[in-house]
Design a protein around this ligand. Structure first.
Ligand SMILES: *[C@@H]1O[C@H](CO)[C@@H](O)[C@H](O)[C@H]1NC(C)=O
Ligand SMILES: *[C@@H]1O[C@H](CO)[C@@H](O)[C@H](O)[C@H]1NC(C)=O
Ligand SMILES: *[C@@H]1O[C@H](CO)[C@@H](O)[C@H](O)[C@H]1NC(C)=O
Length: 243
């Protein structure tokens, strides 16, 4: 595995550059999205008032900075294998698709790794594998107070995905589906008799996800400590942090 400190250092440098720029309104938080993957990704963003128009292109090594309002809540994920024309219209992306436009018109379709945020006086954030996994996502909080630890990981579940859950494009595993979407049982989906934290236990599949990515939410009633709180921070959402 490559050195995760490299990614951290690079992001720290980005933030030093931001910090030395003109002062911004205190209620504005910035999101820096960084693509360390070796492929182009098209981040998708829900509820995107004033935030990247709901989606954009991010080439390998590129980053993009967006302000988000204090009350913003939504999800950030990566689309892969898209084919948009110059106007931003196109057909389906291979993973994380959210409509036929570069600007998402709906949530990302599973399987996709999802970073979830609820911003307010206290910001809540987590990385969820409940809808499966397509790319590693790590969320880092900068300059906040409170717990503010990192969510998600740089582990690549595609490499250890059980064959029953693998989504392939030719021979290549492009995503790892959740056991709920493949088997669709109440037990795996935490429905019916299993719709509460006492009867919805982590499956062996969810345990495997947690092993590769301990700081992510791996099933519907995963330990709530996977949701982290922080006040006043700006965020980096890093795709493929280990590269
Ligand atoms: C970080 O926090 C310090 C102290 O509160 C503040 O002076 C500085 O402007 C903050 N930097 C950013 C990037 O928010
Ligand atoms: C996406 O949003 C941007 C900014 O609002 C807009 O200029 C562009 O035309 C939109 N693209 C499509 C394909 O809807
Ligand atoms: C922050 O929360 C995480 C997840 O609950 C926990 O593992 C970590 O120890 C906490 N860190 C601090 C500094 O409190």
């Amino acid at each position: 595995m490559a050195n995760p400190h490299t990614a951290f250092l690079t992001v720290s440098i980005i933030f030093t550059v931001i910090a030395s720029g003109p002062k911004q309104c205190v209620s504005t938080k910035t999101f820096t999205l960084v693509n360390y993957c070796d492929e182009t990704i098209w981040p998708g963003i829900t509820h995107g008032e004033n935030f990247g128009s709901g989606g954009f292109t991010l080439k390998p090594g590129q980053s993009a900075v967006y302000p988000a309002s204090d009350g913003w809540n939504g999800r950030i994920w990566a689309r892969t294998g898209c084919n948009f024309d110059k106007k931003g219209s196109g057909c389906k992306c291979k993973t994380g698709d959210c409509g036929s436009s570069i600007n998402c018109t709906g949530p990302g379709s599973p399987p996709a790794t999802i970073a979830e945020f609820t911003l307010g006086a206290l910001d809540y954030y987590d990385v969820s594998l409940v809808d499966g996994f397509n790319l590693p996502i790590a969320v880092q909080a900068f300059n906040g107070t409170g717990n503010c630890s990192s969510a998600g990981c740089d582990g690549d579940l595609r490499q250890s995905c059980p064959s029953q859950l693998a989504m392939k494009d030719g021979d290549k595993v492009i995503a790892c589906q959740s056991a709920c979407s493949v088997f669709n049982t109440d037990e795996y989906c935490c429905r019916g008799m299993h719709a509460d934290p006492i009867t919805c236990l982590p499956s062996n599949y969810a345990k495997g996800f947690k092993q590769v990515c301990p700081a992510a939410y791996s099933f519907a009633f995963d330990d709530p400590t996977s949701i982290i709180t922080c006040t006043g921070a700006s965020f980096a959402v890093i795709f493929c942090a280990s590269r």
